[in-house]
Design a binder for this molecule. Structure first.
Ligand SMILES: Cc1ncc(COP(=O)(O)O)c(C=O)c1O
Length: 424
C-alpha cells in the first residue's frame, strides 16, 4: 500500500475502515481534556463499555441468589463458568474447545505447564528460550531448573540475535534446536517478543523442536488477540497467555492455557492438581484420588473468579464478533502506516530506529523504537502531549496501534508529535 504523510490521507483511511465503529465500544482515557492517543494495548487494553453489564449481571446473581448462583437461577451458573469462554478462546488461538481453558494468571500457568511438560531425563535436560525473555519467564526458568536440581547457566540456552542485529533469524533458531539435538527437552519462547515485537514462526519452530525429540510451548502474552494463531494445526504442545493486553479484559485479569489434544487423556503427565481439574460429574463426591478432566480443564486448580472473568467474557464477545482475521487485516495497514510515518519523519537523522522486523509477517501491532539519543526526552514530550505509549529500559519506546480502537488519525497525530519532539 502507498501511504502519504498528511492528515486528510489518515482521515480517508479511517472513513474506509470497516472496523471504525468499534472504537466507540471502548472508553478512551482522557488527557488534557481530550481523547488520548492510546498506544499501550500491548500492556493494558482499554475497557470495553460492555464490561460493566457483564460484571453487574454476576453481582446481581450474587446479590439475589447467594450460593445458589453456582448451579441455577441465572444464565451462566458459576460452577460451569470456565466453559463459557471455551468456544471463543478456541477460535482466537486456533484450538478445539477441549484444548483451552481460562484460569489463573500467566506466570502461575507457566509454572503449572512446566510441571507437566518439562520432564528432564538424563542428558535431555536443556531448555531453549529467547535471550531477554520477559523477566517473569526468566525467573520461572531459573526456579524450575533449580527445582529439578539443574544449573540454569548450563541447562538454559538463551538465543540472542547476531551481532549488530536486533531480532532473531528463524534459521538461527532452527540451527540451535538441531545442534542441541538429543539434549533438548523443551523449546519455550514468546510468540511475539515483548521488547522487539518480533513474531516468531511458531509452526516451523514447533516442527523443528519435535524433530529433535523435544516438546514445544509458547508464552503468548503478546500474541493473543494480536495475531491469528493455529495452535492445534501447528502441533504446539502447550501455550499460555494473559487477557489484559490485546484482549482488553482488565488489569491482572485471567490467563488461559492451551494443551494439545494429544495430551487430553495422558495420565503419564505430572501435574499439580486441584479440585476444579477433577472429573466434573464426581467433583462434589469429595473423594480421594485425583482423576483429571480430559483436556485443558484437567489443569484447573480452583473454582473460577467469576466477577473478573465476567469482564473477560465481555471482551471475548467483541473478538468473536469481529474475528481475528479482520483485525489482522486492519492491523497490517495501521502498523504499516505508523512505520511509514516514523521512517518519513526520521529521514537521515540517527536519533532512533525501529527494531521491530520490517516484514509485516514477522510482527504484530507493536513497533519498538530504539532511541540512540534523547529517548527519555522524546518520550516525556509525547506523554505531555497526550500520547500514552510505553518506555522500556534502557531506551525503547514501544507503541502498539490496536485495530479495535486506534484510528489512522491517532497514528498520524503520534507521528506529528514525534516530529515536533525531534525539532525541539
Ligand atoms: C511475555 C510476558 N510473560 C509474562 C508476563 C507476566 O504476566 P503475569 O503478571 O500475568 O504473570 C508478562 C506480563 O506483561 C509478559 O509480557
Amino acid at each position: 500500500m502507498i501511504y502519504e504523510n498528511n492528515l486528510s490521507f489518515a482521515q480517508q483511511l479511517d472513513a474506509a475502515d470497516p472496523l471504525k465503529a468499534y472504537r466507540d465500544r471502548f472508553y478512551i482515557p482522557q488527557v488534557n481534556g481530550k481523547d488520548s492517543y492510546y498506544f499501550t494495548g500491548n500492556s493494558l487494553g482499554l475497557q470495553p463499555k460492555s464490561v460493566r453489564g457483564f460484571v453487574e449481571e454476576e453481582l446481581k446473581g450474587w446479590e439475589t441468589l447467594g450460593v445458589e448462583g453456582h448451579f441455577e437461577g441465572h444464565s451462566k451458573p458459576w460452577a460451569y463458568y470456565h466453559k463459557f469462554s471455551k468456544e471463543a478462546l478456541g477460535r482466537l488461538v486456533g484450538a478445539k474447545p477441549l484444548e483451552v481453558v481460562s484460569m489463573n494468571n500467566l506466570t502461575v500457568n507457566l509454572h503449572l505447564l512446566m510441571v507437566s511438560f518439562f520432564r528432564p531425563k538424563g542428558k535431555r535436560n536443556k531448555i531453549i528460550c529467547e535471550a531477554g525473555a520477559f523477566p517473569s519467564d526468566q525467573y520461572m526458568f531459573e526456579s524450575q531448573l533449580k527445582f529439578h536440581g539443574l544449573n540454569p547457566d548450563e541447562a538454559l540456552i538463551e538465543l540472542a540475535p547476531r551481532s549488530g542485529e536486533q531480532t532473531l533469524r528463524t534459521e538461527d533458531i532452527l540451527k540451535a534446536i538441531a545442534d542441541c539435538g538429543d539434549e533438548l527437552a523443551l523449546v519455550l519462547i514468546g510468540g511475539v517478543q515483548y521488547y522487539t515485537g518480533q513474531l516468531f514462526d511458531m509452526k516451523t519452530i514447533t516442527e523443528a523442536g519435535h524433530k529433535a525429540g523435544a516438546l514445544v510451548g509458547f508464552d503468548l502474552a503478546h500474541a493473543f488477540g494480536n495475531v491469528p494463531l493455529q495452535l492445534h494445526d501447528w502441533g504446539v504442545d502447550f501455550a499460555t497467555w494473559c487477557s489484559y493486553k490485546y484482549l482488553n479484559s482488565g488489569p491482572g485479569n485471567v490467563s488461559g492455557i492451551f494443551v494439545h489434544e494429544r495430551f487430553a487423556e495422558d495420565d503419564s503427565l505430572n501435574r499439580f492438581a486441584g479440585w476444579w481439574g477433577y472429573t466434573e460429574d464426581k467433583r462434589f463426591l469429595m473423594q480421594k484420588g485425583f482423576e483429571p478432566m480430559p483436556g485443558a480443564d484437567g489443569w484447573q486448580l480452583s473454582n473460577v473468579n467469576v466477577i473478573s472473568t465476567a469482564a473477560h467474557l465481555a471482551s471475548l464477545e467483541i473478538f468473536d464478533e469481529v474475528g481475528i482475521e479482520a483485525l489482522r487485516t486492519k492491523s497490517l495497514k495501521l502498523t504499516g502506516f505508523m512505520e511509514f510515518l516514523i521512517r518519513d519523519i526520521s529521514g537521515d537523522e540517527d536519533t532512533f530506529e525501529i527494531i521491530t522486523p520490517s516484514n509485516p509477517e514477522e510482527r504484530g501491532c507493536q513497533l519498538s523504537i530504539f532511541c540512540h539519543k534523547n529517548g527519555r526526552a522524546l518520550f516525556d514530550f509525547l506523554t505531555k502531549e497526550g500520547v500514552i505509549a510505553d518506555w522500556r529500559e534502557p531506551n525503547v519506546i514501544r507503541v502498539a496501534p490496536v485495530p479495535l480502537y486506534n484510528s489512522f488519525e491517532d497514528v498520524y497525530h503520534f507521528a506529528r508529535l514525534l516530529s515536533e519532539a525531534l525539532k525541539q
